[in-house]
Design a protein around this ligand. Structure first.
Ligand code: FDM
Length: 212
C-alpha cells in the first residue's frame, strides 16, 4: 500500500470547452493512477446528484429558467456543498480528478456578460487545485467533433465566448495541452503532468485556497 497517513492526494482539475475530451481523459487518468496503486476518484461539476445539482440539471436541460446570477451562485453552491468531503478525501490520501471546477463557473457566466470579478467572488475559499489541465481546442474544431447535445450552452457562438473568457482566466500555472492531437498523445502528456503533481503532494506540498 503506497498510502501513508502523512501524504495527501492531489486535486487535479480538467478544464476546456465542451467536446475538448475532458471526460474521456479523466477516465483514462483514473485507470492510470489506479493501475499504479494510488487511491483516486473521478469527480465532476456540476454534481447533479444533490438537490442543488438537480436544479442545475433542470436549468441546463432548458426545463427551468433562472436569472444568470442565480444559476451562477447555484453552480458555486454545488462546489461548496462538496468542499468538506473534498478536503477529507485529499487529506486521507485520495487524489481527485475533477472534470470542471470554478474556472468553468467563471468562464461560462462571464461569457454571458456578468462581471468577471463578481463571478470569482463566491469561489473564494474553495480548495485550489494542485494542477489545472486545460484541454485547448478552437471552438470550431470542437464543434466538428460529432456535434453538441441539446443542453443550454452547447452552441458554437456561445462556446466562442467561453473560449475568450478561459483565455482571460488562464494563468502561468495552468498546463495547456493541445486537444487537437490524437487522444493517445494528449493522454501521454496528461499522465506525466498528473504523476508529477501527485508526487509533489505526497512529498508535502500544502493545500491552498482560491483565488491565488
Ligand atoms: N458549467 C459548469 C457552468 O456554467 N458553470 C459551472 O460552474 C460548471 C461546473 O455546465 F456547459 C456548465 C458547463 C457545461 C454545463 O457541464 C454542464 P457538463 O460537463 O456538460 O456536465
Amino acid at each position: 500500500n503506497r498510502q501513508s497517513n502523512e501524504s495527501r492526494g492531489a486535486l487535479i482539475v480538467l478544464e476546456g470547452l465542451d467536446r475538448s475530451g475532458k471526460t474521456s481523459q479523466s477516465n483514462r487518468l483514473l485507470s492510470f493512477l489506479e493501475g499504479l496503486g494510488f487511491s483516486v476518484e473521478a469527480w465532476r461539476f456540476p454534481d447533479r446528484n444533490t438537490c442543488v445539482g438537480g436544479m442545475i440539471s433542470s436549468y441546463l436541460a432548458n426545463k427551468s429558467e433562472l436569472d444568470d446570477h442565480t444559476i451562477h451562485l447555484l453552480f458555486s453552491a454545488n462546489r461548496w456543498e462538496k468542499r468538506s468531503l473534498m478536503e477529507s478525501k485529499l487529506k486521507s490520501g485520495t487524489t481527485l480528478i475533477v472534470d470542471r471546477y470554478s474556472y468553468s463557473g467563471v468562464a461560462f457566466s462571464s461569457a454571458k456578460g456578468l462581471d468577471i470579478e463578481w463571478c470569482k467572488a463566491p469561489e473564494i475559499g474553495l480548495l485550489a487545485p494542485d494542477l489545472v489541465l486545460y484541454l485547448d481546442i478552437p471552438p470550431e474544431k470542437a464543434a466538428e467533433r460529432g456535434g453538441y447535445g441539446s443542453e443550454r450552452y452547447e452552441q458554437l457562438e456561445f462556446q466562442q465566448k467561453v473560449s475568450q473568457q478561459y483565455h482571460i482566466l488562464r494563468d502561468p500555472t495552468w498546463q495547456i495541452v493541445d486537444a487537437r492531437l490524437p487522444m493517445e498523445d494528449v493522454e501521454k502528456q496528461l499522465k506525466e503532468l498528473v504523476l508529477d503533481s501527485v508526487t509533489a503532494c505526497r512529498k508535502g506540498k500544502s493545500l491552498s485556497q482560491l483565488w491565488l
